[in-house]
Design a protein. Structure first.
Length: 191
């Protein structure tokens, strides 16, 4: 996962700043596994899954200087008004060879992603421009799947029932919630 943050700092008061921003996030996941079975049936197989998505969020941060060395801050980000930067695609392939038959399945398609994030934290000035910070962050991402392509072939022929099952399973919408503590170091370049 990688974020690109673009924003500006608006000085509202000498100790209060507003930080409107755009965030572009890239998310990816890969999985590959092998299957082995001995008995009835005996089989070997392989599955690979690849997911890629990007999410666009807009929002604002606020910073308030409590003292010259202590600043509290917060961010609120929501999904942008357009889905231009909030979409993804996935692909899953499975091959199984067994003593009672062989199968190949493929599922692929696109989806829309939305996300919301809230952050609250504090930072301390160590040297001019150099700060350490700690923050609590809560984020929720929702994935809405479009119409996937799902095909299952068994012993060389298309299996309609299994294809329909894969299609229904792939249309499942997901919600992911993440919460945690972040800590780090920042340096102000004074651009």
């Amino acid at each position: 996962m990688a974020d690109i943050n673009l924003g500006i700092t608006l000085n509202i008061l000498p100790s209060l700043r507003l930080l409107p921003k755009l965030v572009h996030r890239q998310v990816g996941q890969e999985f590959s596994g092998n299957y082995y079975g001995i008995g009835a049936p005996t089989f070997i197989g392989n599955q690979s899954i690849d997911n890629r998505a990007s999410v666009g969020m807009i929002g604002s941060g606020i910073e308030l200087d409590i003292t010259p060395v202590i600043t509290v801050f917060g961010d609120v980000l929501i999904s942008g008004p357009s889905n231009v930067f909030s979409n993804g695609n996935y692909n899953s392939n499975t091959i199984i060879l067994s003593n009672i038959g062989n199968s190949f399945s493929t599922v692929s398609g696109g989806y829309r992603v939305s996300a919301n994030r809230i952050t609250a934290g504090i930072n301390f000035l160590i040297l001019p421009g150099l700060r350490i910070f700690g923050a609590y962050e809560h984020e929720q991402m929702k994935v809405s799947v479009g119409d996937p392509t799902a095909l299952v072939f068994v012993n060389g022929g298309l299996d309609i029932n299994s294809s329909l099952y894969q299609y229904i399973a792939a249309r499942n919408d997901e919600s992911i919630r993440l919460s945690g503590i972040r800590a780090g170091i920042t340096y102000d370049l004074n651009l």
